[in-house]
Design a protein around this ligand. Structure first.
Ligand code: NDP
Length: 309
């Protein structure tokens, strides 16, 4: 009998218990799944940063922590975590992000607001450019960034991306390193942020780098709030150097009432809903990983604690 602790908020328990039971059965794993096992008896932990566990020390027998979130900045710095940590890579999460990013990029590319918000009885002609005349840059070419880059390139956009190490993504122009970052920023009419939050990426989009974007560029951030220096972004928006920012993630969430982003005419706020882990597909990922660990194989989607993602 494998004891698996579900260490996430109660509402998640209701959504996940059924799919996890099915997935464990499909993997022929004999699992006792609960939210309240004796810590010393837990074999694996399914974890969310907004769940009850802060101190991993009592989980003396636990072999691995399986995160429900793609972003792991809330746990990588925890000194009590000394066992392997796998993050969530889920096809439902990826599909959701592709849809959200393509939707917001198309909104800005097509100038949809002019018609949705600006319908005033005036017959204004003027078609938008085609996608191949629109340069989109994506910072972060991991699971989510690469999927969005491929989808946008599939729509015809002229896509380039940036990652920590070199990458080959076919038709998508890829860059890395500090010079590469400048290249992708200088060309970006629409910039999408899909980087993880680490010590190296915090405040990456500061005043100097925001100034590298072409005048009127649009910023779309479903990555993490602290990737951007908020004061620098607000100044660039006020001056019109940045044409619009669509922001899904923030330094403080929920975004506090009265935050300047809420009322800014060049900002769209979405409440961290770009994408989320989907219980049915995520349960299969977790069950497969536990089967791997039980068979002595390395877990999929292991987090490198040193690089922080
Ligand atoms: P991955 O770990 O698969 O990809 C991360 C990418 O960022 C990689 O391409 C990596 O480069 C690059 N990167 C990391 N550090 C640096 C650096 N210092 N300089 C340049 N590039 C860097 O993550 P995912 O694609 O799965 O997820 C990305 C982020 O999306 C998550 O961390 C999370 O913050 C956010 N997210 C937001 C959601 C929302 O609803 N708003 C939902 C889910 C995730 P390399 O390939 O060279 O390693």
């Amino acid at each position: 009998m494998i004891r698996v602790l579900f260490a996430a908020p109660q509402a998640e328990w209701e959504a996940y218990r059924g799919p996890l039971a099915c997935a464990f059965e499909a993997e022929q794993l004999d699992v006792a799944l609960a939210c309240d096992h004796d810590p010393a008896e837990v074999d694996y932990m399914i974890y969310a940063p907004d769940g009850p566990v802060r101190d991993f020390t009592p989980y003396t027998r636990c072999r691995a922590v399986l995160g429900l979130w793609a972003g792991v900045e809330g746990i990588t710095g925890n000194p009590t975590l000394k066992i392997p940590l796998a993050r969530m890579v889920d096809e439902g999460l990826t599909q959701g992000m592709v849809e959200w990013v393509c939707g917001h990029v198309l909104r800005h590319h097509l100038g949809l607001d002019a018609h949705i918000k600006g319908q005033d009885g005036t017959w204004r002609k003027g078609a938008p450019p085609l996608a191949w005349d629109r340069r989109v840059s994506i910072l972060g070419l991991g699971v989510l960034g690469a999927a969005c880059a491929r989808a946008l390139a599939g729509l015809g956009f002229d896509v380039a991306g940036w990652s920590r190490g070199p990458k080959d993504l076919g038709v998508i122009g890829t860059r890395h390193g500090e010079d590469g970052l400048e290249d992708v920023l200088r060309r970006a009419e629409i910039l999408v942020l899909l980087l993880p939050l680490t010590e190296a990426t915090r405040d990456l989009l500061d005043a100097r780098r925001l100034a590298m974007l072409p005048r009127g560029a649009v910023l779309v951030n479903p990555g993490r709030g602290p990737l951007i220096d908020d004061a620098a972004l607000l100044a660039a928006l006020d001056e019109g150097r940045i044409g619009h920012a669509t922001l899904d993630v923030f330094r403080t969430e929920p975004l506090p009432e009265g935050d300047p982003y809420w009322a800014h005419p060049r900002v769209t706020v979405t409440p961290h809903i770009a994408s989320e882990t989907r219980p049915a597909s995520a349960a299969r990922v977790i069950a497969r990983n536990i089967r791997r660990a039980q068979g002595g194989q390395e877990l999929h989607h292991l987090v490198d604690r040193e690089s922080g993602y």
